[in-house]
Design a protein around this ligand. Structure first.
Ligand code: PMP
Length: 419
């Protein structure tokens, strides 16, 4: 055959014209840093395995029952009986997966249902579901601001926002974190004609601080920019209907696009964008991360629908979440820990540590005592900070919170973080 002839013609050992370079050489500094950390005898903060999950607030890690204070399970929906029942039913009716893109064979009954639940939850005319929140940001941001247009974003924006900017063709302008003045100044320097998108977050997930959206949106509108707000960390417990910080600050008719996720308060996985824009539906044809990936499994979207509909009436849960957050923030502050915000602004309570070694030693101490929190480090954190990040759940009991604070006290004293 022709192919056989070609194969015969190939020399047994083709001559090389350049030495083979190991593309992993560039990772050497990171590999050495990780090894040094593990050699110091601590557990790998980025290698935790949940061997069993007993509830939204308790899991088994290395055979030990551990309180979870580092998940985004804000509303504790992962074990809600209705959420689980909806998922099981969808498994039985539709099977385990969709085997395709939303744009082809991957749109099932439950994808339509979850988009309707989102329209109802947000009181908006348009909702598009993506396979993750990361992909929602990637797809929407890269698609709506194009060549010759501008994206103006907060310097502390989430990686998915930065990646959405990198994937698109718009000009990127950053402004100082939460600085209304800097946003105004930078918008003022741009040419008037081209389209502009200002990208903000309701809650910033590293420090748990909220954005002065009211002032920021006013500045954006003054300069003729459209506004997208990522409300990943606020769904269910900010604003009269739990829509987010933008609702809490009465900006419902001024925000053009809201991005959200199912992986936090909703308790499953998935991402979405909601909007009142009359031409919103066209995004299904221009967002590559919507088109070129498989849609969410039916059980996931059915669970999400049940959860979103319950979150509309979750007044007791949200009251408990805020009470827990106040208890934790107040307790840690009183012990003398350094916190980024004076008062609890969101359900994320971060503790600032001097360096990676102290952060990981203290994290290890907490884990040994039966408490899981997140270690956060650059590049995820702003200003090179090392953080122990707690995210509170509505299902934490006041007793668990008291125990958590006592654990922080013991680990803080053992590591010399507090006197
Ligand atoms: N936006 C923000 C602000 C986030 O913090 C995250 C996840 N931590 C995402 C988007 C991505 O969400 P998902 O987990 O659904 O990909």
């Amino acid at each position: 055959t022709e192919t056989g002839l070609q194969a015969e013609a190939l020399p047994a050992e083709p001559a090389t014209v350049a030495p083979e370079r190991d593309l992993f050489d560039k990772f050497a500094p990171l590999i050495a840093e990780r090894q040094a950390l593990l050699d110091s005898g601590v557990r790998d903060p980025f290698g935790i395995v949940m061997e069993e999950v007993k509830s939204p607030t308790v899991a088994v890690i290395k055979g030990r029952e551990t309180i979870l204070l580092g998940t985004y399970n804000y509303m504790g929906m992962t074990f809600d009986p209705d959420v689980i029942a909806a998922g099981k039913q969808a498994f039985d009716r539709f099977g385990s997966g969709t085997n395709g893109s939303r744009a082809l064979n991957g749109t099932f009954h439950d994808h339509m249902e979850v988009e309707q639940a989102l329209r109802d939850f947000y009181g908006m005319s348009g909702a598009i579901v993506f396979s993750t929140g990361y992909q929602a940001n990637l797809g929407v941001i890269s698609a709506i601001a194009g060549k010759g247009e501008y994206i103006i974003l907060d310097a502390d924006s989430h990686a998915s926002i930065y990646d959405g900017c990198a994937m698109g063709n718009a000009e990127i302008v950053r402004f100082r974190h939460n600085s209304v003045e800097d946003l105004d100044k930078r918008l003022g320097r741009l040419p008037k004609e081209p389209g502009k998108l200002v990208v903000l977050e309701g809650v910033y997930s590293m420090l748990g601080d909220i954005a002065p959206l009211k002032e920021m949106v006013a500045v954006a509108k003054k300069h003729g920019a459209m506004v997208l707000v990522d409300e990943a960390h606020s769904m269910g417990f900010f604003g009269p209907n739990g829509r987010g910080v933008y609702e809490d600050q009465e900006l419902e008719d001024q925000v053009d696009f809201v991005i959200g996720t199912f992986s936090k308060s909703v308790g499953t996985v998935g991402g979405f964008c909601v909007s009142n824009h009359p031409k919103f539906e066209i995004l299904r044809f221009v967002c590559r991360p919507y088109i070129f990936t498989a849609s969410l499994p039916p059980a996931v979207v059915a669970s999400a629908t049940a959860s979103i509909r319950k979150l509309m009436h979750a007044k007791d849960k949200r009251a408990q979440l805020w009470a827990n957050t106040r208890q934790l923030h107040g307790g840690l502050k009183q012990l003398g820990f350094r916190l980024p915000t004076d008062t609890p602004e969101s359900a994320i309570v971060a503790v600032i540590l001097d360096d990676q070694e102290t952060a990981v030693r203290m994290w290890h101490g907490l884990l040994e005592a039966g408490l899981y929190v997140n270690v956060a480090r650059p590049p995820a954190t702003p200003a090179g900070m090392f953080l122990l990040r707690c995210s509170v759940c509505a299902e934490h009991t006041p007793e668990q919170m008291a125990k958590v604070i006592a654990m922080f006290e013991a680990a803080g004293r053992a590591t010399g973080v507090i006197a």
